[in-house]
Design a protein around this ligand. Sequence first.
Ligand code: 5AD
Ligand code: SF4
Length: 336
Amino acid sequence: MNKSEIIEILLNDPDEDKIFREADDIRRKNLGDEIHLRGLLEFSNICARNCFYCGLRKDNPFVKRYRLKEDEILACCVQGWQLGLKSVVLQSGEDGYFNISRMENLISQIKSATKLAVTLSTGELARADYFRLKEAGADRFFMRFETSDPLLFSKYKPDSSYIRRFDCLRWMREAGFQVGSGIMVGLPGQSVKSIARDIMLFKELELDMIGIGPFIAHPDTPLAGSNKNNLKAALKVLAVARILCPKAHMPAASAMEALSEQGREMALRAGANVIMPNITPEKYRGDYLLYPGKIALSQSPLETVQSARELIKKMGRKEAQDYGHSLRRQNEREGA
Ligand code: 5AD
Ligand code: SF4
């Protein structure tokens, strides 16, 4: 599929179900029916940045800010491991408290207390810091580039540099991480042409993980009021991305579920092969609102993991028992 074919599908193709089925077939052929669970731990909602789309932006005064203590984070990870998870994603705003030596300590503690694979999702860092975190034992790094349209990027991420964001993704790779990135679909002013380029970039960057979710307007941000429902559009982008990147791990974003009760299931039928049950302690869950309508606000980690398992069973799929490391990397290790 080339760029103009992608644009054609995103713009005009009336038969969405066909493209979803095609993506689902490719997922099955390349990754089988196994779904990987990654526990999402939102360990701090404090952020130095002011992204226009995000409810956690620094200038949003309505957020009750929190930061888990290191021993709380460790306890949540141990709990995730005991629930049978093989992998956790540590996500936060860009919170200066968690500097590199604190993160190094945390990662080595998690690694000695459990055998979890650890994914970091903590944003932009200096090149050397990615190397230090890899050295400390983290396995994967995830950071969406959000949009490949440089003008839109600088408009909506005024305190971040487009070039540097892509530098960071390259540095993660150089440091030896399995690298994930992705976008939001439906940002005001985002063109279909730019989304087609986003998808081509997923392939060019040889991403190990790709996260695609609908943009959902948050009322306390500069993008309040743009209330389009972007679920179908995001599913279509997910499906096309699956067709172009057959081996990447792709989560069914929880933002999908925020827009429809069947959102995650729809994503799992349109190319996704990962679910990320939220394992943040319930008392903090409602304060990590990137967008409104977040699901499972009052469910315990046990319940979110259980409901992911129920969904897997209901769909006739299987829970993966391995780590779900990048298949691309595995092939490399085996010299394929
Ligand atoms: N709607 C959907 N996704 C959002 N994110 C941030 N704000 C929103 C929003 N309003 C996504 C961004 C970011 C990730 C952590 O959450 O893509 O990278
Ligand atoms: Fe901070 Fe990330 Fe939200 Fe931007 S998207 S304001 S960096 S938490």
